[in-house]
Design a protein around this ligand. Structure first.
Ligand code: PNS
Length: 172
């Protein structure tokens, strides 16, 4: 481990994910990360969801709009990446990845991902943040299930996402 890297405050962090779609749980993590880092890149992966509900471009637009709705746009960029997260982080000269963790059941996958990324990019650390407990049960999968079964999950997602889910239902 190169100790020099850890003597300075890392001012940039990447928050990667599928964000299909973004929820209040994700926004809670962004707000917490914003207290620790000067700049955050929310990075939508092109590869992570097999049958996404929203295209990567639509997900990015919904993230941008959600950030505006929540007054969270200061120091936050929205981007997407193809391929490995480790390669994307190297390209951005970023040493920190943020992930949200909720239950012990998240831990196995997160540990596997963090250790894989450590092999691929040893200088990078994964930092885990916990959302407020009111968001602990929330996930994009649950949101999509509720929307798919005819309800608008308005309590769980920003207004723009609820709107997008409603209009998607109207066209299906
Ligand atoms: O929101 P998600 O689906 O839990 O996010 C998962 C994501 C996108 C962070 C993860 O699948 C990822 O980093 N994918 C890019 C491919 C990669 O780097 N894989 C090796 C590390 S497991």
């Amino acid at each position: 481990m190169n100790q020099k890297q850890f003597k300075r405050r890392p001012s940039l962090a990447i928050y990667p994910g599928s964000f299909d779609p973004i929820t209040y749980g994700h926004l809670d993590i962004v707000a917490r990360a914003g207290r620790l880092f000067d700049r955050i890149i929310i990075a939508v992966s092109h590869a992570s969801v097999k049958q996404p509900m929203f295209s990567v471009e639509d997900r990015m637009d919904l993230i941008r709009e959600s950030l505006r709705e929540s007054n969270l746009n200061k120091g936050i960029e929205v981007d997407s990446f193809q391929g490995l997260l480790a390669d994307y982080a190297k390209k951005k000269s970023c040493f920190v990845v943020i992930r949200g963790i909720r239950f012990i059941s998240d831990f196995e996958y997160e540990l596997q991902m963090a250790l894989t990324n450590r092999h691929l990019y040893p200088d990078m650390e994964t930092v885990y943040l916990m959302p407020d407990e009111k968001h602990i049960y929330l996930s994009s999968t649950i949101v999509k299930e509720i929307a798919g079964l005819g309800q608008t999950p308005a309590k769980f997602v920003p207004r723009c996402v609820a709107r997008a889910l409603r209009s998607l239902r109207a066209v299906i």
